[in-house]
Write a protein that binds this ligand. Structure first.
Ligand code: NAD
Length: 473
């Protein structure tokens, strides 16, 4: 079977134990990935540390390297997209879009310049802000968007002069390793290192004394463990965690345009999107027509292996997630809920497929409403009054995103601002990440930002330089 290697210090890391990475549509092995041993993790951190000095000193070299990495993604687009689709499960066009997005993030940072911030200038003194890299940064990512989520961290981290150790999810390491191997042609040895394996490898990276910061995207329970462990070494943290986004559809919403968009924003990537629409609150007067429209779309949504022509939704990425979503659906039905479309597994393939499920007659207390489903199952919940809708939307431990849908933009804007969430939308939800626009969470969805100048700040140490007048240009 093919093997993908870790990159450490600019070379393939020596192999130890290996494990098979599975295609979630067919449950057949694709290739083997390494299980990083403790010594190999130490070596990766040591390589990152050794590379730091010269990398941090060369901003122009860094920008050129990012440009080179973007070009490598472009010239390997087809192969990478097939590999991503096979290991993650997503349709091939979506895999291509993911790689092109990743490329655009690298290009954005390759072109980004800084201007010095003057904090104070008076007759006696000048106070300016300086930025230094944080040091060796651990980037830990999940399996839903392996490349996009990695590149949201990697591009700004490298731009700011840090060196990194990347830890992909155990079910989706292959594209990341292929990309790291390609990037070795553009990046100085040790700037980008990878480690692979399960929770233990991630935990060792978090507790490592040589790592100055962890930028983590993943589940809230793992985020809590990371925060606890990071306290021992006082690591800086960015935690992008789970979500349970509400979309609130007001009485005057335009269902013709809203329904297809709401469906897409709930079921894209088989619902495995942190900021997907996960609870759909709709004014009682529109409840039945909206349910009808969502059911009609669900019934025609083409589910199948990601490499099959015309497929709109692939399988869930792994067995654990499949069981989780099935469990939430069972709980919904046990509580009187009705699955009016989907929720079943097509018999055609052995993999982790669930057809898009629309669930009605469900109460807010059921697990499908309270917990993050992170899969293709959407509860639709009627409301009578807008204050009630906002209160129910906010009655969640999570605070990632939210939206309000209405023809009256002013009213929707006022209402959406009352949501306890960071990424807010009117007549939209979960738009694709853009490097100039910050993204983040509050409450159990974590803290810190990705992208935008706020996100860039997560990868620098701010210094404050006081000098006498004339001391600074
Ligand atoms: P997960 O927390 O199980 O795993 C994420 C990564 O952390 C994996 O690489 C895993 O191996 C590693 N890991 C596991 N235990 C660890 C530990 N103790 N210490 C360090 N690393 C550890 O999450 P998942 O199931 O892979 O991903 C799904 C979750 O990610 C969902 O909750 C989703 O909402 C969230 N997510 C959030 C965002 C965001 O931007 N807020 C984006 C995408 C996904």
């Amino acid at each position: 079977m093919d093997r993908q290697f870790n990159i450490s210090g600019g070379h393939r890391a020596a192999g130890g134990d290996w494990y098979a990475v599975e295609n979630p549509a067919f449950l057949t092995p694709i290739a083997e990935a390494p299980l990083t041993a403790p010594q190999a993790l130490d070596d990766a951190v040591a390589s990152a540390s050794a590379a730091l000095g010269s990398w941090a000193k060369d901003p122009m070299g860094r920008r050129n390297a990012l440009k080179g990495c973007a070009a490598l993604l472009a010239s390997n687009l087809e192969d990478l997209a097939v590999l991503l689709s096979r290991e993650q499960g997503k349709p091939l066009p979506a895999a291509k879009r993911e790689i092109l997005s990743a490329k655009s993030y690298l290009e954005y940072f390759a072109d980004k310049t800084v201007h010095q911030e003057v904090i104070l200038r008076d007759t006696n003194r000048t106070v300016v802000a300086l930025s230094s890299p944080v040091g060796v940064v651990g980037l830990i990512v999940p399996w839903n968007f392996p490349l996009v989520l990695l590149m949201m961290k990697l591009a700004p981290a490298l731009w700011a002069g840090n060196t990194v150790v990347v830890k992909p999810a155990p079910t989706t390491p292959l594209t990341t390793l292929a990309v790291a191997s390609l990037f070795a042609a553009c990046l100085p040895p040790g700037v980008l290192n990878t480690v692979t394996g399960g929770a233990d490898v991630g935990a060792s990276l978090v507790s490592h004394e040589g790592v100055a910061k962890i930028s983590f995207t993943g589940s809230t329970p793992t985020g809590k463990k990371i925060m606890e462990s990071a306290a021992q070494t006082l690591k800086r943290l960015t935690l992008e965690l789970g979500g349970n986004d509400a979309a609130v559809v007001l009485q005057d919403a335009d269902l013709e345009t809203s329904a297809p968009l709401l469906f897409e924003r709930a079921f894209m990537n088989a619902g495995q999107v942190c900021c997907a629409v996960k609870r759909l609150f709709v004014h009682r007067s529109l409840y039945e027509p909206l349910v009808e429209k969502m059911v009609a779309i669900a019934k025609h949504w083409r589910v199948g292996p990601g490499l099959n022509e015309g497929v709109q939704m692939g399988p869930l990425n792994n067995r654990q997630q499949f069981e989780h979503v099935k469990g939430l659906l069972d709980d919904a039905v046990a509580g009187g809920g009705r699955i009016v479309a989907g929720g079943d597994t097509p018999p055609d393939w052995p993999g982790h497929f669930i057809r898009p499920a629309i669930v009605v007659d469900i109460t807010d207390s059921r697990r499908l409403v309270r917990e993050e489903q992170f899969g293709p199952a959407l509860p639709i919940l009627p409301f009578d009054d807008e204050d009630e809708a906002i209160a129910r939307a906010n009655a969640s431990e999570f605070g990632l995103g939210g939206s309000v849908w209405s023809r009256d933009i002013e009213r929707a804007t006022a209402l959406v601002s009352r949501l306890e969430a960071v990424n807010l939308f009117v007549n939209q939800h979960a738009t694709p990440p853009e490097p100039a626009i910050p993204f983040g969470g509050m409450k159990s969805s974590g803290f810190g930002y990705e992208f935008g100048d706020w996100g860039l700040d997560e990868f620098v140490v701010r210094k404050v330089l006081h000098s006498p007048v004339g001391g600074m240009a």
